[in-house]
Design a binder for this molecule. Structure first.
Ligand SMILES: C[S@@+](CC[C@H](N)C(=O)[O-])C[C@H]1O[C@@H](n2cnc3c(N)ncnc32)[C@H](O)[C@@H]1O
Length: 433
């Protein structure tokens, strides 16, 4: 068994849902031991290949667990500056192979870093102190092993004592096993060494260097990847996006070696998505890349791609007009009412096109109104009428017995993705035929 620390992206619930779906789809056995707004602790039956991070849209770092200390030791030690407790944390790290492994790095002078993750605000305020104390202790220990080193902190201008993914990449921290991560939970503090880091340059490349872009409708590739993972897509499955636009979702599915099919009513989009997929297949050297993009209206999807023909569908249909002002409730409802027929036609066709047990991941608009309430699209009746089942992102069996209370996570049938500054967010539904 091996335990890993996962540092979550901005939307932690979506990140955790993605992880659960990704491992379940691949029958990789694991349990969630702990979750918080900043990190998750997962225990696996077997070692995890660090490269999985490239398949995930919502994970920033993965660290392998080295040791665990009580959070009370960290909290009292650093908040009250009690040296004996601070040294217990140092001793726990010293008893692992973490520092010896760092000393093996080929660089003449090793650069190493410490990052602290916690949702406890009072510990956050002493994060810089934790970094510096552990940093100087590791430096001393490395010197005793004959290794010159310098410690990279985050400086006083940052609110979080955390090195960014870009810093971790630029300083070769993964290759040199040179970043120690502290994940401070309510009762336990997990300490690990970073084994994988999210590469924002790759996702950015797919976003801004693909031949054809469309700023207003574009979906970030990281969100597209999370949705592809929620659909239980994997290599050799067929994935359809029937509102494919310039093919952002299709690109992410092709990177998982799925067979991808795109449909869009707009002929420019069909050409644009095809060119983007060709570019992706070359850029990422995807052998036997299998994709096609067809022009068509979603009302005739079954006629276009065939009944019972696809394993997964992932789509973001029209979400309504770009709003400059936060709308009133009645105006938001008007937008939803206008869009509803398209979504209902789409659900009918999706049910026909999916193979039995096939999965549909679909975005509906989530409109925040002036009274701070959300106006959303009601799919329940249509889902029932068609025979779709809702798939809950979280089920009890995903959590280990010692995991925190997770009833709140399991009770929610949809996942919401919304920036504070946005007027219209995305409500993500997972349905199964
Ligand atoms: C929100 S965009 C999807 C953007 C896409 N995810 C991307 O990243 O480019 C919706 C797309 O649905 C297409 N569309 C709108 N109505 C449609 C219909 N009835 N049938 C098929 N496609 C439609 C539009 O042309 C548009 O490209």
């Amino acid at each position: 068994m091996q335990t890993y620390l996962f540092i979550s992206g901005k939307n932690w619930i979506l990140s955790l849902a993605e992880l659960s779906a990704y491992f379940k789809t691949r029958a990789i056995e694991c349990k969630i031991d702990y979750f918080s707004t900043e990190f998750f602790i997962l225990t696996f039956q077997k070692d995890l290949a660090p490269a999985v991070i490239d398949d995930l849209g919502g994970t920033i770092k993965i660290a392998a667990l080295k040791t665990k200390v009580p959070t009370a030791t960290v909290k009292q030690g650093f908040e009250k500056k009690i040296k004996s407790l601070q040294n217990q944390v140092i001793d726990a790290i010293g008893a692992t192979d973490a520092i010896k492994n760092m000393a093996k790095a080929e660089d003449h002078k090793l650069v190493f870093g410490i990052s602290v993750y916690t949702s406890d605000n009072s510990i956050k305020t002493v994060g810089g102190g934790i970094q510096r104390y552990i940093g100087s202790a590791i430096k001393e220990e490395l010197a005793a092993l004959g290794k010159k080193s310098s410690f990279m902190g985050t400086g006083g201008d940052r609110s979080e004592a955390q090195l960014t993914h870009v810093e971790v990449i630029k300083k070769d921290f993964v290759e040199n096993q040179a970043e120690v991560i502290l994940c401070i939970g309510k009762t336990d503090t997990w300490i690990g060494v970073t084994v994988a880091v999210h590469n924002p340059f790759e996702f950015q490349k797919r976003d801004v260097y693909k031949p054809n872009q469309r700023a207003i409708f574009g979906m970030p590739p990281r969100l597209a990847r999370m949705m592809v993972n929620l659909s239980a897509c994997k290599s050799e499955k067929t994935l359809l996006d029937s509102f494919c636009g310039v093919g952002t979702i299709l690109q992410e599915a092709l990177l998982e070696h799925a067979i991808v099919v795109g449909v869009d009513v707009n002929s420019w989009c069909v050409k644009a998505a095809t060119e983007n997929l060709q570019w992706l297949a070359e850029e990422y050297d995807i052998e036997g890349a299998d994709f096609r993009v067809l022009q068509g209206d979603v009302c005739d999807l079954a006629g276009k791609v065939g009944v019972d023909s696809v394993d997964c569908m992932v789509s973001e249909p029209d979400l309504g007009p770009a709003l400059k002002e936060t709308p009133t409730g009645p105006y938001a409802q008007k937008i939803i009412d206008k869009l509803e027929p398209l979504f209902m036609d789409f659900l009918e066709q999706a049910y026909l096109v999916l193979k039995p047990n096939g999965r549909l991941v679909v975005v509906t608009p989530y409109i925040r109104t002036r009274s701070r309430e959300a106006v959303t699209m009601q799919l329940e009746e249509k889902i029932k009428e068609l025979g779709f089942k809702r798939v809950y992102a979280f089920t009890d069996d995903m959590f280990s017995p010692e995991a925190p209370e997770h009833g709140r996570l399991m009770g929610s049938a949809t996942l919401v993705e919304m920036d504070e500054r946005h007027k219209v967010g995305r409500e993500i539904h997972i349905l199964q035929k």
